[in-house]
Design a protein around this ligand. Structure first.
Ligand code: CTP
Ligand code: MG
Length: 464
């Protein structure tokens, strides 16, 4: 890597993502007032609790334009989980209806206040080494740990890393992405000193690499995770536990390529995709694409929505496989509001009307008998049973030779029978369409065009 070239690139990227003094001042003023107000409200309610700012704004690692504010309501030691709703009710009164109630491991509020998106998260005061009552209790300790260690220069390195991971599609620990959380980025920069220092280390990571900033041992729960980063404030936890193998290895591959030839495109990938472009990528590729479009009025909060979409996506994939269709690849997209699209690329959407089943060896008397009983007089038997080598075999008629017809049939009950999630099945019953190849044209638009474009290309974003 050419040093001067990289220095220029670094400056260029930071110019776009680093908040200026005015941005800092504005957000400071807002949070000071807001936190004070929430504290006054907590006093009024007679709650022994403290509102505190945490997350990337408190750490000084936020990216301009993308900031959400993380305000934690830290409850005193006398409270238990049952008290959380009391805190939330009090907050809701202040928010004037401009919020949604979300549920991760425990309930919190996502609000809009004066144009800012603010997460209001109740948690319990945790002393170092004390007993955790909810997973968010560690957050104030994270802020304390980072405040003592992050320099201004390291903060910029974190910003570069966040933008890089975002550019290659692996930023965020949420279910949709299963990637690198902000806190993970912060710890990795602390460990390796800089963005490029981390990329160099990552280039040679092996499966199951363990990173520990304070020299602590590996947490037991992290045994199977592809990357382990021990949380310095709680050694039982792997900060990288949400990271999927795909996200980790995408990062490693991108790190190697970037070091070979650093380019701004890693941070800000091309988002160009047209309807015509997508349709021509589908033309003549030899495979078939089958789509399921589901529409609804109002989806649930993203994390539970994505949990359901992934479960349902897998369920339909196995329904196709069980039906004899060879699924090569698949993906699911959602605008997180009212439209979800499942995409399956099949070797072929039409398959042979007959399928051969191999039965038991003739030597196995009981099994042979039941195989014969099942197939000999069966209306769907085309030929056989015959003996092939030492085993019985039969040729049967398939129920569905078209993937679209199979899906349509399986979705008659909303897909419940094949494992589509309960809430999504209700939406499927209200409105869905099964489409083949170019028929998806009418639904192209918005973020779906770009998603499908990238899927059809089928290669990392930074290639090109
Ligand atoms: N947190 C965590 N584990 C997660 C998500 C969040 O420990 N999987 C804690 C961290 O202490 C983090 C804080 O919650 O600092 C806020 O989370 P979030 O807003 O998701 O991340 P930020 O670090 O604020 O990054 P961003 O700039 O993307 O908001
Ligand atoms: Mg945040």
């Amino acid at each position: 890597m050419n040093d001067m070239e990289y220095t220029q690139l670094r400056e260029k990227v930071l110019e776009r993502i680093k908040p200026g003094e005015a941005d800092e001042k504005q957000i400071d003023e807002f949070t000071t007032v807001f936190v004070k107000e929430i504290n006054a409200l907590l006093r009024e309610e007679g709650l022994d609790a403290e509102a505190e700012l945490h997350g990337s704004v408190a750490h000084g690692t936020w990216i301009r334009g993308g900031q959400d504010l993380d305000v934690f309501i830290v409850l005193g030691s006398g409270y238990e989980r049952d008290d959380l709703h009391r805190v939330l009710e009090a907050l809701k009164r202040r928010l004037d209806g401009d919020y949604v109630e979300a549920y991760a491991e425990h309930p919190y509020l996502q609000a809009r206040v004066d144009g800012y998106s603010v997460d209001l998260v109740p948690c319990f005061r945790l002393e170092k080494g004390g007993r955790i009552k909810s997973s968010t209790d560690r957050t104030p300790l994270h802020t304390g740990y980072l405040a003592e260690r992050l320099t201004d220069e390291a903060r910029d390195e974190v910003r570069l890393l966040k933008q890089f991971t975002d550019g290659i599609g692996v930023y965020g620990a949420e279910i949709r992405v299963k990637g690198f959380s902000g806190y993970l980025c912060e710890l990795l920069v602390l460990r390796y000193g800089s963005f490029t220092g981390l990329l160099e280390a990552a280039s040679t990571w092996r499966r199951g690499t363990v990173i520990s900033l304070e020299g602590q041992g590996e947490p037991a729960e992290a045994f199977k995770d592809p990357l382990v980063v021990v949380d310095p404030v709680d050694t039982t936890r792997n900060v990288a536990s949400a990271l999927s193998p795909e996200s980790l290895w995408t990062f490693v591959a991108a790190a190697r390529d970037f070091l070979g030839e650093p380019e701004v495109g890693y941070f800000f990938p091309s988002a160009e995709a047209s309807k015509e472009g997508v349709l021509s990528l589908m033309d003549g590729r030899g495979s078939d694409l089958v789509f399921l479009v589901v529409e609804e009025h109002r989806a649930e909060v993203p994390d539970s929505l994505w949990g359901q979409l992934h479960k349902s996506h897998e369920a339909l994939r196995s329904a196709l496989t069980v039906g004899g269709f060879k699924v090569l690849r698949s993906t699911v997209w959602s605008n997180e509001e009212n439209r979800h699209v499942f995409v399956y690329e099949l070797e072929s959407a039409s398959i042979s009307g007959a399928v051969k089943h191999l039965g038991p060896p003739v030597a196995m008397t009981a099994n042979s008998e039941s195989f014969l009983a099942r197939h000999a007089g069966n209306g769907s038997t085309v030929a056989g049973p015959w003996i092939e080598g030492d085993r019985w075999a039969v040729l049967s008629k398939r129920q569905f030779t078209e993937a679209g017809a199979l899906l349509t049939d399986r979705l008659e009950d909303g897909g419940r029978g094949v494992g589509v999630s309960k809430n999504l099945a209700v939406r499927v019953l209200q409105h869905h369409r099964v489409l083949l190849n170019g028929e998806i044209g009418d639904y192209l638009g918005g973020g779906f065009t770009l998603h499908l474009h990238r899927f059809l290309k089928g290669r990392p974003r930074w290639f090109e």
